[in-house]
Design a protein around this ligand. Structure first.
Ligand SMILES: [Ca+2]
Length: 373
């Protein structure tokens, strides 16, 4: 946006002063303002008809304010890695919500979207869903890349890992990992020099040591599926010391989309009616599974973390570790152990580089709905 405004400015100034080398001065703007108050109609018209005057009027009252607004609300450039499955029978809808939310967030500029196994392994199906969402709700301002269809592809180049590497070679990026980390880990394994180009890796995962979150009347402890689905990629990312921000279930437990909110979405004029149709089965499954009144749109919290950081309460300078513990998550299997991604708050005096966001303001859902509706 800033680049576009700057380009227009240069064109206008070049055009206006192609006949004259007169310097631009703020006093010119002030003089023009004065003219509005003092000149009669004929002088006013006569004053703005020259090429130079038109350009400077534009510069003073249209383009400069836009430039200032652009600077004040500069977009954050992000890469989204997603296991998109909205609309697939019995599969999570949250990636679809998050993608549309990101498209609809003026605070965010999407550099690219890569697809990864997780909710569903069929990457071609995920691509179809992504194209459908873009066709319905967004001009094609970014590309979607097909990535790993299983954790076994960690270390094997895909369209997605190549595209992410290419993007990182051009600029530092914040990455939202809405699924397992296979694509991201592969990009860095194959191009280790790009590691410092990841400014922040935001993951929908993690918890405090021995602090499971029990959801709803059924006291369900959800598995950390983005970790469980590719532990080796997580281990590799941790070894790389990439700055990680964890948005855990703990932060999301009060961010619920219930029947009232779905009914509200249904009356919308943007994506609301489509999301309502795609979510009807999912909300029924969540009610049965957790006893809650609705479902948590997990991945939307990661987009919200970028667009509305003021809603998030986070702890900084922590360490992130994979720790083996007794598995307390659903479905419970006696004596089973597994690796958990945990936030280590006070292990030593030395500090880590990671962040753990343990709470999000309840009003987040209102903002989310207003953007999606
Ligand atoms: Ca996801």
């Amino acid at each position: 946006m800033i680049g576009l405004v700057g380009f227009i400015l240069i064109v206008f100034i070049s055009w206006a002063f192609s006949e004259s080398r007169k310097e631009i001065s703020w006093s010119f703007c002030l003089a023009k303002i004065n003219i509005i108050g003092q000149a009669n109609g004929l002088n006013y018209v006569g004053g703005i008809l020259s090429r130079k005057s038109i350009a400077l009027w534009t510069l003073c009252f249209v383009l400069l304010p836009q430039l200032f607004v652009s600077i004040a609300y500069s977009e954050t450039r992000i890469w989204i890695d997603s296991d998109l499955s909205i609309g697939e029978p019995g599969k999570d809808v949250d990636d679809g919500y998050a993608l549309i939310q990101a498209m609809r967030s003026p605070e965010i500029s999407i550099v690219g979207v890569s697809l990864v196994h997780g909710n569903i392994a069929n990457i071609s199906k995920q691509y179809q869903i992504a194209m459908d969402i873009i066709r319905r709700f967004s001009p094609m301002t970014f590309r979607v890349w097909k990535g790993a269809g299983s954790p076994k592809q960690f270390g094997t180049a895909t369209e997605a890992s190549d595209a992410l590497s290419s993007a990182l070679s051009r600029e530092r990026l914040r990455i939202l990992a809405l699924g397992p980390l296979t694509n991201i880990a592969t990009a860095i394994r194959l191009n280790p020099s790009l590691r410092p180009q990841i400014e922040e890796l935001v993951v929908m995962a993690g918890r405090k040591p021995n602090s499971p979150v029990r959801l709803g009347p059924h006291n369900v402890i959800l598995p950390d599926t983005n970790i469980d689905n590719d532990v080796e990629s997580v281990r590799f990312i941790l070894e790389q010391k990439i700055p990680i921000t964890m948005i855990p279930t703990e932060a999301m437990r009060e961010s619920l989309i219930n029947d009232t909110i779905l009914a509200n979405l249904r009356t919308g004029h943007f994506a609301g009616p489509w999301l309502f149709q795609k979510s009807k089965t999912w909300i029924r499954l969540w009610k049965l599974f957790t006893g809650l009144d609705g479902f948590i749109p997990f991945d939307t919290l990661l987009v919200g973390y970028i667009s509305h950081p003021q809603f998030f309460s986070c702890s900084d300078n922590i360490r992130t570790k994979l720790v083996k513990r007794s598995d307390d998550t659903f479905p419970r299997v006696p004596f089973r152990t597994k690796l958990f991604l945990e936030a280590q708050f006070n292990s030593t005096q030395s500090t880590g580089t990671d962040r753990y966001c343990e709470r999000v303001d309840r009003t987040f859902i209102d903002v989310l709905v207003s953007r999606l509706k």
